[in-house]
Design a protein around this ligand. Structure first.
Ligand code: IPM
Ligand code: MG
Length: 362
């Protein structure tokens, strides 16, 4: 039996995770998925109840789980808290503690949503990009870091961008292996014209490439990559990049597909145990209004089935059910771009479960 830990978190996290939970319950009750689902606290809600955004108990349960499904963390309510106790820190500590170095962020355009893209439909037709973001290194975790006081009472902020060869090598392997199962084109994004870290990154990626001769490798500077993503996104298949660049580029790629509310992600460790989360954040402005799009959370369940629970057929069925509600014209407010049937978070979740149950009658 697989153990799945749900971490709803803050903002719209709880409402979208509730819909993902319905999907998991259906798969367990009707499709033979052998899974036990638990729930724990993370982020601001954990801070409020336990004075810690990642309580010991949550971390212990996450370590014991086969997969973790997280909603979102953060919100303006928590911005005044000292940095170490902020909701985001809970997520960053969890990524680090579980060794989740490989962050997979697919950006796929559903043909019916082309009109919701911020680019012209013809630019994004067929869009299918996989961003592979290094998640446990770089600026996010490098030491030294902090805000120091200098002479004359001037303060200085410091963060450190560092990667060793092993860190680069393992994320490069992960990206090449993914490219092997796709269109076999890998673009490694760096800033090698300025940064030594990027120079090493390029060298190591080229060395790893020798083990994957069937994959074609290109390199691109990050500023150009940002431009190319909005100019001609279809030139990309797999994009490999470091933590901070990946954070930024994955938000750009998300918007190309029409809504960040549609995009799931997986963060995997060496044993393929993973944390799954929608790419959208906590969206405090719409929290509790039944307006959030639960499809990113539901698609994160599909990724979980595929990568951690060894259930690729069920993953396909969830993907198809999402496809189906989209082609039926059902839309949450974020993806309504013309006179369409606009529904709420819960109804969208129920619609996906209905689509799943209709499949099983086939
Ligand atoms: C993301 C988010 C996080 C990040 C924040 C919430 C810490 O933006 O998952 O992309 O920067 O990694
Ligand atoms: Mg981000």
């Amino acid at each position: 039996m697989y153990k799945v830990l749900l971490l709803p978190g803050d903002g719209i996290g709880p409402e979208v995770i509730a819909q993902a939970r319905k999907v998991l319950a259906f798969l367990a009750d009707d499709c033979g998925l052998d899974v036990e689902v638990e729930q724990a606290l993370i982020g601001g809600s954990a801070y409020e109840q336990c004075a810690d955004p990642l309580p010991e108990e949550t971390l212990g349960r996450a370590r014991a789980a086969d997969a973790v499904l997280l909603g979102a963390v953060g919100g303006p309510r928590f911005d005044h808290i000292e940095r170490e106790l902020r909701p985001e820190k809970g997520l960053l500590r969890l990524r680090s503690a579980l060794g989740l170095f490989a962050n997979l962020r697919p950006a796929i355009l559903y043909p019916d949503l082309a009109g919701a893209s911020s680019l012209k439909a013809e630019r994004v037709t067929g869009l299918d990009i996989m961003i592979v973001r290094e998640l446990t290194g770089g600026l996010y975790f490098g030491e030294p870091r902090g805000i120091h006081r200098l002479e004359g009472d001037i303060r200085k902020g410091v963060n450190t961008l560092e990667y060793d060869e092993n860190e680069i090598e393992r994320i490069a392997h992960a990206a090449f292996r993914i490219a092997q199962h796709r269109d076999k084109r890998l673009c490694s994004v760096d800033k090698a014209n300025v940064l030594e870290v990027s120079e090493l990154w390029r060298e190591v990626v080229e060395r790893v490439h020798r083990e994957y001769p069937e994959v074609s490798l290109s390199h691109m500077y990050v500023d150009n990559a940002a431009m190319q993503l909005v100019r001609e996104p279809n030139q990309f298949d797999v994009v490999l990049t470091e933590n901070m660049f990946g954070d930024i580029l994955s938000d750009i790629a998300a918007m190309l597909t029409g809504s960040i509310g549609m995009l799931p992600s997986a963060s995997l460790n060496e044993e393929n145990r993973g944390l799954y989360e929608p790419v959208h954040g906590s969206a405090p402005d719409i929290a509790g209004k039944d307006e959030a799009n639960p499809l990113a959370a539901i698609l994160s369940v599909a990724m979980m089935l595929r990568y951690s629970l060894d259930a690729p057929q069920l993953a396909d069925r969830v993907d198809q059910a999402v496809q189906q509600v989209i082609s039926q014209g059902l839309r949450t407010p974020d993806i309504v771009y013309s006179a369409r049937q606009c529904i709420g978070t819960q109804e969208m979740g129920d619609s996906v479960v209905r689509a799943l149950s209709e499949q099983s009658l086939d």
